[in-house]
Design a protein around this ligand. Structure first.
Ligand code: HEM
Length: 492
């Protein structure tokens, strides 16, 4: 009641109502006068429900204010603070609020505490894991429709543990040695068929290689042997990622066409039925560990992974202006052995990948509280969210000297990704960090090494400067506001 009264306008407000509004109110009153009793009852019920809903939401949006925590104003159009937070991955929040914690509302009215301190985030993910075992339950998990229920990202408890343990061996050193051979084969096929003679958009170029490398090494679908199927997967992946998820959450419906859903299920069934080259892959590993018939095998989100192209295309985009770095890499790779063991010695590319992810951070990290607990001195209730925006840390002068500069040598001596860095969060942290980190590094390294071995990457026509580029969400994927065109100049 108190919350309601807070919103009931005070008397003098009526004097300030503009004439135009008064006329509109009169029109509504006249309209209501002509309605039947039954119609008036229905209109009143809808009106009262709407008003009650409005006040209920406004009251929910006072949660952080009541706790004395600052934050941006939530609105209905922004689904709380969801769209604006997503649109720049929280960078403006970092600049607009100097406090260590910021309160926002996610997916409508869900309170979400943004923590800025990287050490607090480490505590949440590692020491506090028993309180934060999932990324998020509910709304966001419906972003990919029905299929999402089977992703590892949404799995919990024993099912999650089992999935994680099952795919673990796929990323072991021994397996990666084998993976490297497949990746090299994939690259050679891709180069022969696709290295553009003229200009190309860096992301498109990287995405094509990535999909083929994931399908080849993760799913035993060899692009060389079945290019047509791979192109179909590419087409359906784009459909999956380009459909927006705002507006469909909670409805548990599939935002993409049924044909795409059917296509992916059929491809998985085909792999499970042995329609591959007999090598161990993610699907066969999981097929061997199914304990519940209802479980589908879309379980890792790897099938339609987006992050590798994000990372490699950003690397290429940076390289076009960094001929010195390119030449440095070229000198190392021109006669190098690009096997798994050989790649390990090429540390400069690891550093370039880390530096690219630092400057081009396209992730926000999230955890949901399983129990009431405390984070950074703030009481967090069960079901509320805690979020960390690595882009703020990655671009902070406090942690990085001249953070706006691309300088891979800042990681000299600390190039490898051990997930132990204090101020670098490219693959997350703790038990729910990215299980494919080593695999991703190998795939990107091999790609970059192969390209730079033969080509010099230069700017394309009208290629924007880094400062003119902003990231934006298109559907469910992060893209840049302008195309990142690059060209390949043959070194030979
Ligand atoms: C450059 C490439 C990649 C980047 C930057 C990346 C980044 C991330 C990040 C930031 C997280 C969340 C970590 C956290 O919340 O602490 C994550 C989780 C995850 N990633 Fe990756 N990833 C990449 C490639 C891949 C690939 C290729 C696969 C699959 C084969 C994959 C599978 C997963 C899975 C299954 C999870 C959820 C893990 C869990 O909930 O236990 N990632 N990744």
């Amino acid at each position: 009641m108190e919350a309601f009264l807070e919103y009931v306008p005070k008397r003098d407000i009526f004097d300030q109502i503009p004439e135009k509004t008064k006329e509109q109110v009169k029109k509504i009153v006249d309209f209501l006068k002509t309605r039947s009793k039954a119609e008036l009852v229905t209109i009143s019920a809808v009106g009262i429900t709407g008003l009650a809903g409005y006040f209920w939401v406004q009251n929910k949006w006072k949660y952080w204010q009541r706790k004395g925590i600052v934050g941006p104003k939530p609105t209905f159009a922004d689904l709380g603070n969801t769209i604006t937070t997503f649109s720049d991955l929280g960078e403006s929040l970092f600049h607009n609020f100097s406090d260590d914690v910021i309160g926002i509302y996610f997916f409508g009215t869900r309170p979400c505490l943004i923590v800025k301190d990287p050490l607090v985030w480490k505590d949440v993910c590692i020491k506090g894991f028993q309180n934060f075992t999932t990324v998020m339950r509910g709304e966001a998990n419906y972003a990919f429709g029905k299929m999402a229920a089977d992703f590892m990202t949404t799995a919990e408890g024993r099912k999650w543990k089992r999935l994680r343990n099952t795919i673990g061996p796929f990323f072991s050193g021994a397996r990666l040695k084998e993976t490297c051979l497949v990746l090299q084969d994939t690259y050679e096929h891709y180069e022969e068929k696709y290295i553009p003679k003229t200009e190309v958009e860096a992301k498109e170029f990287s995405a094509g290689y990535t999909l083929r490398s994931i399908l080849g090494s993760g799913y035993s679908l060899n692009a060389k042997e079945n290019e047509q199927l791979v192109e179909e997967v590419y087409r359906h992946s784009n459909i999956l990622f380009e459909t927006s998820f705002f507006g469909i959450f909670k409805l548990n419906i599939t935002s993409y066409p049924n044909s795409t859903d059917k296509f992916f299920r059929e491809v998985i069934a085909q792999i499970m039925a042995g329609g591959n080259d007999g090598r161990i892959n993610l699907v066969s590993l999981m097929a061997g560990n199914i304990i519940d018939d209802s479980e589908e095998l879309t379980a890792t989100k790897g099938f339609t992974k987006n992050e590798i192209p994000q990372c490699s295309h950003s690397c290429f985009f940076h390289f076009r202006r960094l001929l010195a770095v390119q030449n440095e890499i070229h000198n190392i790779v021109k006669n190098a052995d690009l096997s798994y063991d050989g790649l390990k010695k090429i540390k400069l590319i690891d550093a370039c990948i880390k530096e690219t992810q630092r400057l081009f951070t396209f992730i926000a990290l999230l955890r949901e509280a399983d129990h009431d607990c405390e984070v950074a001195g703030v009481k967090i209730e069960k079901g509320n969210l805690v979020m960390f925006l690595p882009s703020g840390v990655h671009k902070s002068r406090e942690f990085y000297e001249e953070p706006e500069k691309f300088n891979p040598h800042r990681f000299d001596g600390n190039e490898s990704n051990t997930l132990q860095d204090d101020y670098w969060f490219g693959f997350g942290i703790g038990p729910r960090s990215c299980p494919a980190t080593r695999w991703a590094f190998v795939a990107i390294k091999l790609f970059i090494a192969n390209v730079i071995k033969k080509y010099e990457i230069i700017s394309g026509e009208g290629t924007p400067e880094l400062a003119d580029l902003k990231m934006k969400f298109v559907g469910k994927q992060v893209k840049t506001t302008k195309p990142m065109n690059i060209r390949f100049k043959n070194r030979i």
